[in-house]
Design a protein around this ligand. Structure first.
Ligand SMILES: *Cc1c(COP(=O)(O)O)cnc(C)c1O
Ligand code: SF4
Length: 338
């Protein structure tokens, strides 16, 4: 699934929006009326991890405000070039749990498939920003081998589509793969980790709803929203369509310095999610990935923010505060008493 194949077969509105994404620092700065001073800093960082922001997401960024919380998630900056020995290329040691191309199997009963090899948006703090997608060949043969892997492990009851963004793949492929997985009797649930319904809401179209609705697997979508400003009317409408066909919607966020490291922001996010029938699932402590040191939130601040959330939110709107420790058998719930 390369972007080129999408270029050949422009069909749906979301694919057009994907192609119209801004992929240069220069254009991003120009469109948002930002100071050209940001340009030279950003261009160097962009060489390591490309800029990518779709027009529908740009619309939600305030013009002329270099501190906009959505902008900070996508604009490459000089700080990304800072080296720190604790920030690694593969902080979660995923390549050690990569038994086959496209398969990451860390936790007993759920397996993660790298279904999309790129994203509709490039988040600067992404823990897979250095992931060697090009070595994870995604031809049908490899998929049969991944399916065999699942078939041979009866303990796997949940398959997770991840990526890149799995919904960056075409529906014909997703529908095919889902059909194959549904034939494996011990798999009960299909979970999709995606940012696409938020960054390009038109991705939720009839073609997608059709295959999601017709599988025997119980589909769950885990969205990735970090800030309430990301939820505009178009996002609300797309989420409503998913709820209408009975999809369980969860959200995970990453705690990011200057983006959402304030309790009022995260409380408001939970309230907005509730209005869209999305349950807050996880609040992740940032994984120490090379290039993301400037998003680090210190421990004292994490404690303050989270305990304020605890006081202001009912339990069902409080996301679990977690971090990923390589080698552990699940995500680790962070205790405020540590
Ligand atoms: C996070 C993750 C999962 C899912 O874990 P949950 O706690 O069930 O959400 C599965 N596999 C991998 C490799 C993961 O990183
Ligand atoms: S959408 Fe997810 S996988 Fe893609 S760049 Fe953003 S954080 Fe990374």
């Amino acid at each position: 699934m390369h972007e080129q194949t999408n270029l050949v077969q422009i069909k749906n509105r979301w694919q057009t929006e994907l192609i119209e994404s801004v992929t240069s620092v220069e254009e991003l700065i120009m469109r948002l009326n930002l100071s050209p001073k940001l340009l030279s800093q950003g261009q160097k960082a962009a060489l390591k991890f490309q800029v990518r922001v779709p027009p529908s997401y740009i619309k939600r960024i305030r013009l002329g405000d270099p501190k906009d919380p959505l902008l900070l998630q996508v604009l490459p900056v000089r700080e990304e070039l800072k080296k720190n020995k604790n920030y690694l290329k593969d902080p979660l040691n995923e390549l050690n749990h990569n038994p086959k191309s496209c398969v990451i199997h860390k936790y007993q009963n759920r397996v993660l498939l790298i279904v999309g090899s790129f994203c509709a948006i490039n988040c600067r703090y992404c823990f897979r920003r250095h992931f060697p997608y090009s070595q994870q060949h995604q031809n049908r043969e490899k998929w049969f081998s991944a399916l065999d892997y699942i078939t041979n492990r009866p303990e796997i009851n949940e398959v997770i589509f991840s990526g890149g963004d799995p919904l960056a793949a075409k529906d014909s492929f997703l529908s095919w793969l889902t059909g194959r997985i549904a034939k494996i009797p011990h798999v009960k649930r299909l979970r999709i980790h995606t940012r696409l319904p938020v960054v390009i809401p038109s991705r939720i179209d009839d073609e997608l709803l059709l295959w999601m609705q017709s599988t025997r697997l119980k589909p769950i979508i885990v969205l990735h929203i970090n800030h309430p400003n990301e939820i505009d009317n178009s996002v609300k409408m797309s989420l409503r369509q998913l709820r209408k066909i009975g999809i369980c919607l969860l959200n995970q966020s990453v705690l990011l310095k200057n983006v959402n490291d304030r309790s009022d922001v995260l409380i408001s996010l939970s309230e907005h999610l509730y209005n869209c029938e999305v349950t807050p699932y996880y609040l992740h402590i940032l994984d120490p990935v090379e290039g993301a040191t400037h998003f680090h939130v210190d421990k004292a601040r994490i404690k303050t923010v989270y305990s304020e959330m605890q006081t202001a939110l009912p339990g069902f709107l409080l996301p679990r505060l977690v971090k990923e420790i390589p080698g552990e058998l699940s995500k680790t719930i962070v205790s405020l008493n540590d």
